[in-house]
Design a protein around this ligand. Structure first.
Ligand SMILES: C[S@@+](CC[C@H](N)C(=O)[O-])C[C@H]1O[C@@H](n2cnc3c(N)ncnc32)[C@H](O)[C@@H]1O
Length: 278
């Protein structure tokens, strides 16, 4: 049974996560850096006109909007409603309707089997209790419906970025699991287990060519990306640690940079699609 202390602790953790994703300018990241990921996930998940689709941890609707463009009826659910105005503008610019609704991926406010497809684009991976979140994805999907997930891999650039920031961040609370584990195929298969069939996995890369240098990437990232901003805020009173984290992140970007005249990096992700067992 869940104790009152567990509920209070979990609420406080989710409030911190919500505040973190509200920092900086996540809508800019979605539009400038990773806009191709939502359409990739929607195509891989074979969303069809008329489908009822749930985009979990949808942010500003990176997957929800392309899903709606196929003719699906789409709900975009996220812990951080501060992102919804930007999401509604994004949907309006594309001339589609998406219903943005607040919700925790670990306790989705929907009935069993409500959706034909349940998607999450670099989203559910940030819910701290992986099994609980996976159980919810499966619960709200109808039997025979599709689960489609796109997650950064542990050894790709974003996974390595989280590993690099870890020593500079407070220890995660007990029971919280690292986000990039959702980019490990075996981990996802274990989470979904025998409740799904037809599991298909594919590793791909997103090529970013937006930044002139690794230093330019870091300057941008420290301004827009909530998890990085939160880590820097935690060490702000220690200039040596700030400088060390700067050095470590720039070294990481240099390791991934294969550009000649400007920085070009390939950021690896895993797409998993599966069918909920009937
Ligand atoms: C990297 S963003 C991805 C957003 C969007 N899917 C995209 O592709 O741009 C991660 C999102 O996960 C959301 N998130 C984090 N923890 C969550 C939770 N427990 N439940 C629901 N959403 C959560 C954040 O608010 C944020 O919008």
């Amino acid at each position: 049974m869940t104790s009152t202390i567990d509920v209070v602790t979990d609420r406080a953790l989710k409030a911190r996560h919500r505040a973190m994703w509200g920092l900086g300018d996540y809508p800019a990241v979605a539009i400038d850096v990773i806009p191709e990921l939502g359409p990739e996930l929607v195509a891989a998940s074979r969303v069809r006109p008329g489908d009822r689709v749930l985009d979990v941890a949808a942010g500003t609707g990176n997957a929800a909007v392309p899903a709606a463009l196929t003719g699906a009826r789409v709900v975009a659910s996220d812990l951080t409603p501060e992102l919804f105005d930007a999401g509604r503008e994004f949907a309006a610019r594309h001339g589609v309707r998406v219903d943005f609704e607040e919700g925790d991926a670990e306790a989705l406010p929907y009935d069993d089997g409500e959706f034909d497809a349940v998607l999450s684009c670099v989203g559910v991976m940030f819910a701290p209790h992986h099994q609980q979140a996976a159980d919810e994805l499966i619960r709200v999907c109808r039997p025979g419906g599709t689960i489609g997930l796109l997650s950064w891999t542990p050894t790709g650039f974003v996974g390595e970025m989280f590993r690099t920031m870890k020593p500079y961040a407070p220890p995660p609370p007990p029971g919280a699991q690292p986000p990039p584990l959702w980019g490990d195929e075996e981990h996802v298969r274990m989470l979904l287990a025998d409740r799904v069939t037809d599991v298909v996995t594919r590793r791909q890369t997103l090529t970013t060519e937006l930044f002139a240098t690794p230093e330019a990437w870091l300057a941008y990232w420290k301004t827009v990306y909530g998890p990085a901003i939160a880590v820097y805020r935690g060490i702000a009173d220690d200039p040596e640690r700030v400088a060390a984290l700067d050095r470590d992140l720039i070294a990481l970007a240099m390791r991934f940079d294969h550009g000649t005249h400007s920085t070009v990096m390939d950021w690896e992700y895993l797409i998993v699609t599966a069918r909920k067992r009937s």
